[in-house]
Design a binder for this molecule. Structure first.
Ligand code: PLP
Length: 354
């Protein structure tokens, strides 16, 4: 049963329960099979399989891919960093779009390369602008599709136009961390482009739809040369044994994945409608999160909303680091968290929620 939210009940000095809606994690948690495999992991004195063979085979079987063209990483974060390190250095340029995932900047700077930030249109990556930024120094274009934190995406024909417009010395990295959530016929995660071209790599993660963010597992599907380059510089035993076991079990539990997608479908639509009804502007999202804008709604601002929410146990993500100080990003949560969030925001805005 869900307890009704009582306005004004939240007190300073502590909350009964904390709802973390700040990192786009899965409110349903992992598959019970993944949890079981994690707990069953043993032989802890032994190094894990440095090639993550079981896991690569399971991914390959699930998606119809060649396991030789897969690399697993400690989260897709590690793979982003490794790609930047392998392909870009001082004097090279790495392109990503204005509201692109923050790790692209960090990885570019860590590699000693120069970030080139390309303006977006309507909080969506702009293919023409991305292509216009390419020159002989460009080494990588990172594109999160769908993008975090905006929740927007590029349809397949736009991604293909981007790929076709890139010279062969540029690697296009399609980061499809939220691919499973997308319910659009014109979306493609990148598998098809990797399979049919030579300069595209795709990244995926077990942190989102599979609910295994704590274990840090991601994977790359790419050309043999990219796989080889990443394998040469990654840690020899980068993915740990419990993570390999849990992720392998997770990929086999398609019913759990379907349940997570169905939950997201329901509550993403509900949150979008409820927040809009409160007078807030919601960027239409195809992921498991939404960007909510407080363009001075009745004099109420995003940082004040954030403080009000966190005092009541609701943790959202401020967007100042992305240059969007008027927005908050929130992850689709459990039914309880979603309903509480809307009720608390209604109180903050001085409106009654239906
Ligand atoms: N790529 C995007 C677009 C993300 O939003 C995230 C996490 O939020 C990641 C990659 C990193 O995921 P992982 O947990 O696999 O490192």
């Amino acid at each position: 049963a869900i307890e009704a939210y009582v306005p004004g009940k939240a007190q300073a000095g502590g909350v009964a329960k904390v709802y973390k809606l700040s990192a786009n994690e899965n409110p349903l948690g992992p598959s019970p099979k993944a949890r079981e495999a994690f707990h069953a992991a043993d032989a802890l004195e032994l190094y894990p399989d440095g090639s993550s063979t079981r896991l690569r085979d399971a991914i390959a079987a699930a998606y119809g891919l060649d396991p030789a063209r897969l690399v697993c990483g400690t989260g897709s974060d590690e793979l982003i960093t490794l790609i930047a390190a392998a392909y870009a250095g001082p004097g090279d340029e790495v392109i990503y779009s204005q509201y692109g995932f923050l790790v692209y900047r960090i990885a570019t700077l860590a590699a000693g390369a120069t970030p080139v930030v390309v303006p977006e249109r309507n909080l969506t990556a702009d293919v023409d602008a991305l292509l216009a930024a390419v020159n002989e120094k460009t080494r990588i274009v990172f594109l999160a599709n769908p993008n975090n934190p905006t929740g927007t995406y590029l349809p397949f024909d736009e991604v293909r136009r981007l790929q076709r417009g890139l010279p062969p010395h540029v690697l296009l990295v399609l980061d499809a961390a939220y691919a499973e959530y997308v319910r659009r016929n014109d979306y493609e995660s990148g598998i098809e482009l990797v399979a049919t071209t030579r300069n595209v790599a795709m990244l995926r993660t077990f942190s989102k739809i599979h609910g295994l963010a704590a274990l840090r597992v991601g994977w790359l599907y790419g050309p043999a040369e990219v796989v080889d380059a990443v394998n040469r510089i990654r840690g020899a035993f980068n993915v740990n044994a419990a993570a390999i076991a849990a992720a392998t079990a997770a990929i086999g539990d398609t019913a759990h994945v379907e349940a997570a997608v169905a939950h997201n479908d329901t509550w993403l639509a509900w949150l979008t409608a409820e927040l809009t009804a409160l007078g807030l502007t919601v960027t239409p999202s195809v992921g498991n999160f939404v960007l909510v804008h407080f363009p001075d709604v009745d004099g109420k601002r995003a940082p004040d909303a954030d403080a009000f929410l966190s005092a009541r146990g609701l943790i959202l993500r401020r967007m100042d680091a992305y240059g969007l100080p008027g927005a908050l990003r929130l992850t689709v949560g459990t039914e309880e968290a979603n309903r509480l969030l809307v009720a608390v925001l209604a109180e903050f805005l001085g409106k009654s929620s239906a």
